[in-house]
Design a protein around this ligand. Structure first.
Ligand SMILES: *[C@@H]1O[C@H](CO)[C@@H](O)[C@H](O)[C@H]1NC(C)=O
Ligand SMILES: *[C@@H]1O[C@H](CO)[C@@H](O)[C@H](O)[C@H]1NC(C)=O
Ligand SMILES: *[C@@H]1O[C@H](CO)[C@@H](O)[C@H](O)[C@H]1NC(C)=O
Length: 258
C-alpha cells in the first residue's frame, strides 16, 4: 500500500497497549486511543483523580512520544503527525466512534488491543477476598469481551474497503509472561513493586509514601494497575514480531509494511 494508506495509523487500545512509538518514524501520522496504559499526559489537563504518575511515553524511555491531545501546545503542524487521545480511566465507546471518523479521513491501518488478564492485577487480587491467585470472574468477562472484539475486528476489515485491522491479544501476551515469568527474569508476578498496603500492595496507588521494591525489573507489576516497563518491552516485542497467537491476522511490523 502506498503513502496515502500509510498516512494515518490508528491504535485503539482498551487495556494494555504499548507500541505507540517504536515504528512512528515509518508512518506519517499516528493516533492513539486508550486508557492509562497508553496515556501520555492528557489527564494533566483535565480535572481527574486518575492523573498518571508520569507520562507513559517517558516511562517507556521514548524521547518523542505522540503528543497528548489536550496539551495546550499540541496545535498546528504537530497534530498532522498524530495525537495521543488516551486518557486514564477511559472506556471503550469513546474510541470506537472515532475509528469510523478516522477511516473517512483515510486511516487504513488499525491496531485494536484486547483486554488483558485484568483479574490478575494486584488491585483485583487484593479486593477479591476469595481469590487465591486471580479474580477468575473478571478474567472470564475479559475473555468473553475479547472473543467478541476479535470477531468485530475481522468484520471491520471486511466491511471497510482497503482497511486492515490487527487484533493484538494482550490477554495471551500477559498470560505468556506470567506462565513463563522465570525465563523472562521475573521473580514476582502478583504484587506491586511500588506498594503501600494490601497483601499484594494492591489497595493504594503508587504515591510519595509508598515503598518501592529494590529491583523493579523482577516485578511484573509496577503498581496496583500497571505492568512494569520490563513487561511493556516484552509485550511490545510480541505485538511487533509475534505469531498469530499474539497478533492476527498479521503482526504490527507486517501491518506497517503492508
Ligand atoms: C509542549 O510542551 C511540553 C511541556 O512544556 C514540552 O515538553 C513539549 O515538548 C511541547 N511539545 C511541542 C510539540 O512543542
Ligand atoms: C498459561 O498456562 C495455563 C495453565 O497451564 C494454560 O491454560 C494457558 O494456555 C497458558 N497460556 C499461555 C499463553 O501460554
Ligand atoms: C522502519 O524503517 C526502518 C528503516 O527503514 C526499518 O529498519 C524498520 O524495520 C522499519 N520498521 C518497521 C516496523 O517496518
Amino acid at each position: 500500500m502506498g503513502t496515502i494508506t500509510n498516512k494515518l495509523f490508528v491504535m485503539c487500545s482498551i487495556l494494555l497497549q504499548v507500541l505507540s512509538i517504536c515504528f512512528a518514524h515509518n508512518i506519517t501520522a499516528f493516533f492513539v486511543f486508550g486508557d492509562s496504559l497508553v496515556e501520555a499526559g492528557n489527564n494533566y489537563y483535565i480535572d481527574t483523580l486518575a492523573a498518571p504518575g508520569f507520562p507513559n511515553g517517558e516511562e517507556l524511555g521514548f524521547k518523542d512520544y505522540t503528543p497528548p491531545f489536550l496539551a495546550p501546545n499540541t496545535t498546528g503542524d504537530v497534530i498532522l503527525k498524530g495525537v495521543n487521545y488516551a486518557s486514564s480511566g477511559a472506556g471503550i465507546l469513546q474510541a470506537t466512534g472515532s475509528l469510523f471518523r478516522l477511516y473517512k479521513m483515510d486511516a487504513r491501518k488499525f491496531v485494536v488491543s484486547s483486554v488483558a488478564k485484568v483479574g490478575c492485577i494486584p488491585f483485583e487480587i487484593d479486593t477479591h477476598i476469595c481469590a487465591q491467585d486471580c479474580a477468575d470472574s473478571l478474567n472470564n468477562f475479559a475473555k468473553l469481551l475479547n472473543s467478541k472484539l476479535k470477531s468485530l475486528v475481522g468484520v471491520l476489515t471486511n466491511s471497510l474497503t482497503g482497511s486492515l485491522f490487527v487484533y493484538v491479544d494482550n490477554y495471551a501476551i500477559i498470560e505468556d509472561i506470567i506462565n513463563n515469568s522465570r525465563s523472562y527474569g521475573f521473580e514476582n508476578t502478583d504484587s506491586a513493586c511500588c506498594k503501600v498496603i494490601g497483601r499484594h500492595g494492591g489497595l493504594i496507588p503508587c504515591i510519595a509514601v509508598s515503598r518501592v521494591c529494590p529491583d523493579r525489573r523482577k516485578y511484573v507489576f509496577w503498581d496496583p494497575f500497571h505492568p512494569t516497563e520490563s513487561v511493556f518491552l516484552i509485550a511490545a516485542k510480541h505485538q511487533m514480531d509475534g505469531g498469530p497467537e499474539y497478533a492476527s491476522p498479521v503482526n504490527i511490523r507486517q501491518l506497517v509494511n503492508s
